[in-house]
Design a protein around this ligand. Sequence first.
Ligand SMILES: [Zn+2]
Length: 425
Amino acid sequence: MVCRKGFYNPLCWIFLYVLLATSCGQDNATNGQVGQVDSLCADSISPDTSLLVEDEPLHLLRIGAVGDLMVHDYQMKKAYRNDTDTFDFSPVFRQIQTYLDENDLLIGNLETVFAGKEKGRKADVYGYASFPYFNAPDCFAATLADAGFDLLATANNHTMDSYPKGVAATLDLLDSLHILHHGTARDSAEREKLCIVERNGIKVGFCSYTYSLNGVFVPKDKRFMVNEFCKYDSAKVSGMCETIRRLRRAGADFTVAYLHCGTEYQKAPNRYQRRMADSLHRAGCDLILMAHPHILQRMEILPAEDSLPRSLVAYSLGNFLSSQVFHDSIPKDIGALLQVDIVKKRDSTFIKNVYVVPTYNYWRSDHIGVLPVVKAHDNPKEVIKLRPKDKKRINHAYDDALRVLRGTMDSTLWSIEDERYRLAW
Ligand SMILES: [Zn+2]
């Protein structure tokens, strides 16, 4: 039985339960409960089987989230195939694919638009463009779909780079590839629609907003087009918090907000990021994701209070894919895949496990791709052949990414398990 995408699919659990009961868990199985599991039977990322209680329905879901998905000039030039006048981005996620496959719901920030060839604001790279006005080839969206991306945040400072037509063309393309999206809209009805995705019996409510639009003017009659809270306008922030409450009222068991904000290349969250996280936490948001600084920033657990549960905030997930490099001590080549395991019992849904797979962007002649740092460090033979330069960056990232993500948290809360970091929740 292969539990590829959907490791947390209930069928996989039934299979695991039967396996445990018949092979190595007999001594611990009493009154329908399974106790401690032999480490030979379940590795460190396997679900905690003490949660399996026969008479209570149980649902499990793993959300995977990455930061900025970018397409710069270098990536397009490397992916361009002169003989066919096409692009090939297919190798870029190959080294990280097994980690992407582990998630039931994979989310990222799409920091480009797909306006079409020669249809963007600029067209200086084979008909497409990158900084400062991004417009990527459509086949990159297909690569995201093939890699397993289910849901993309589309509100960011590059959303309007190719004007309203770029927003509409992007959403049309994502729809055609069955990639869900939130943060931009083609009309006011779409803007009002709530984004609730059901996987494995758990309803996840999702929203995305941006603090900036790259100085691009949104036409007055198209203000519905982007979810923005420019200048941290208090009415807009309240509206964002109200969206979290609406998602909950509409039946979401778990809520995720993805904000595009922060200060580029700053190693710590700014006061606005902290204020946004606090506001969303108070509105009942369970998982708060942020991106835009292009480097990793710390994570925090916002404490439970009265009726509010704890929230997890990742202040910046960094670049997941880009051609930005390590320069001036700024690690723009390092990002992360955050994995959050969620459990739904009869009347509560909560986070059970938190893992982080730190990542590194390596360069090859025909692509720029994503490598899992801990695996590349501990088992280099299992990944693409590394150049001395890559090894040096990976050795550095192995400890440094953990130091950054941990921030001021008690160091005993973090460990390295199964080629990734684990945050004790
Ligand atoms: Zn940005």
